[in-house]
Design a protein around this ligand. Structure first.
Ligand code: PEP
Length: 250
């Protein structure tokens, strides 16, 4: 049985005090969750989050990672630096990174491999823009992004990979893909995995939906056969809403 995974992407929100407060509010609300619960916090809040989450079922995640071990990469953070802080999950290829910070399919792949090499798990984000969707390119885009992100990642390493299907037009906009649409696109992603790694991997890899998932629509999305969880932005900052989503996935 696959264990669903709900991950909060806090983006550039919550200083140390706010991090402590938010985790202390979320923890009792999700303590009986059957799914995995992850919070991906800003780098500067990782240490605080780790302490606040100690003894709870909340796992620690980061929002990005650099591929080099160390060196002249001003402003970047290496995989070993994150692993040392007990980070378990790293998001790579979030559309905001692709859109605003020049992230490419190639750098997404490098970042994913670096995180996996350091022993962490990755949440690889893929998804089409509105323009791509309207020109009928959704399948083409998610196939390309998935294939390129997974280049040279072994079948063994794939066990530590989660894919997040996040239509860009649905992120932070309040617009959600219909459950059927999201399910259909995730089916295409699974087909790519099946082609690259075999039937069993195509079935066993966990694929989340992300994009304005909230307390009101989570149950419908989570009920879809292809959806194994959610990557949650805005709603992950509201403890009750986040907990409701977690409980829908449980
Ligand atoms: C995200 O940041 O990955 C996300 C899905 O954001 P939101 O839930 O706010 O759309």
């Amino acid at each position: 049985m696959k264990r669903p995974i709900i991950a909060g992407n806090w983006k550039m929100n919550n200083n140390k005090a706010e991090t402590k407060e938010l985790i202390s509010k979320i923890a009792p609300l999700v303590k009986d969750a059957k799914c995995e619960v992850v919070v991906c916090v800003p780098f500067t809040s990782i240490e605080t989050a780790r302490k606040a989450a100690r003894g709870t079922n909340i796992q620690l995640g980061a929002q990005n990672v650099h591929w080099a071990e160390k060196g002249a990469f001003t402003g970047e953070i290496s995989a070993n630096m994150l692993a040392e802080l007990k980070v378990k999950y790293v998001i790579v290829g979030h559309s905001e990174r692709r859109q605003y910070f020049g992230e490419t399919d190639e750098t997404v792949n490098l970042r994913a491999k670096a995180a996996l090499n350091a022993g962490m798990k990755v949440i690889i984000c893929v998804g089409e823009t509105l323009e791509e969707r309207e020109s009928g390119k959704t399948a083409e885009v998610v196939i390309r992004q998935t294939e390129k992100a997974l280049k040279d990642i072994t079948k063994q390493e794939l066990k530590r990979v989660v894919i997040a299907y996040e239509p860009v037009w649905a992120i932070g906009t309040g617009k959600t893909a219909t459950a059927q649409d999201a399910d259909g696109t995730i089916k295409i992603i699974r087909k790519v995995i099946r082609k690259l790694y075999g039937r069993a991997s195509g079935q066993s890899i966990r694929v989340q939906y992300g994009g304005s998932m909230n307390a009101g629509n989570a149950a419908e999305l989570m009920a879809m056969p292809q959806i194994d969880g959610g990557l949650i932005g805005g709603a992950s900052l509201k403890p009750e809403d986040f907990a409701k989503i977690v409980n829908c996935a449980s």
